[in-house]
Design a protein around this ligand. Structure first.
Ligand SMILES: Nc1ncnc2c1ncn2[C@@H]1O[C@H](COP(=O)(O)OP(=O)(O)O)[C@@H](O)[C@H]1O
Ligand SMILES: [Mg+2]
Length: 220
């Protein structure tokens, strides 16, 4: 589903990733970890073309990203859901509208939008907050809405960057359960985190980045 072949990425003269090769299979839920600055965010950005590699080849859901023209990137992104810190909720729109937006940009029919948004809001157990503005939600609830927004279009791949960043352990557990449920339905999930406790005991694959390379792989 996701394949990196000898991928290198430089920012000016700094090497962030060097000759990285890795494969994440269809239907897998895997973690990327490593110290701050080890390139986790960059690796995820390369998958949805927010950054381009300087060397090597990346294939995502059958798309060879090297051959992808700028105008085709939106089609790739329809298949890739993202839960990133720099994609916050819109605070002047309700919870329902924040989630609906992911479908409105695709010209979905209003009836379909209502049905799908209601479905995911029930799944994240926030249906009762549908008409509330994000500023009235707790941090964990806001993050569930961010995940709902990424889920609603049923992406083939879901990428999450430090998804439990500022949340307490109990709320983090809820978020982790949500990712597992999404994965159980067939979505390939890749989660970047510097927090060991997130994958400890999960039995899932953990890819460790260190000094620009994949240092090792372990089972969480
Ligand atoms: N847009 C950018 N321009 C220049 N340097 C960057 C940019 N983004 C990240 N970096 C640098 O690349 C390295 C890896 O960053 P990042 O991928 O954010 O790591 P992580 O997510 O593991 O903390 C860091 O040294 C960071 O300062
Ligand atoms: Mg990061």
């Amino acid at each position: 589903m996701i394949q990196f072949l000898n991928v290198s990425k430089f920012y000016d003269s700094d090497t962030v990733l060097k000759d990285v090769s890795l494969t994440v299979a269809k239907g897998e839920l895997a973690y990327i970890t490593g110290p701050s600055g080890s390139g986790k965010t960059t690796l995820l950005k390369l998958i949805y073309c927010a950054e381009r590699p300087d060397k090597g080849r990346i294939v995502v859901a059958g798309w060879d990203l090297q051959k992808l023209k700028q105008g085709t990137i939106p089609y790739l992104r329809r298949n890739v859901g993202i839960v990133f810190q720099d994609f916050r909720l819109l605070f002047n729109k309700t919870v329902f509208e924040n989630v609906a937006l992911a479908l409105r940009v695709r010209d979905a029919h209003p009836h379909e939008i209502k049905e799908k948004v209601t479905g995911v809001l029930k799944e994240i157990r926030l249906m009762h907050k549908a008409d509330v503005f994000p500023s009235h939600l707790s941090g964990g609830e806001q993050q569930r809405v961010v995940i709902a927004r990424a889920m609603v279009a049923k992406p083939t791949v879901l990428l999450a960057d430090e998804p439990t960043g500022n949340l307490d352990a109990e709320t983090s557990g809820t978020i982790t359960d949500l990712f597992r449920a999404i994965n159980a339905r067939g979505t390939t999930v890749l989660i970047a985190t510097h927090n060991d406790s997130l994958f400890h005991g999960t039995g899932r694959r953990v890819i460790h980045l260190k000094d620009t390379c994949v240092e090792k792989e372990t089972v969480g």
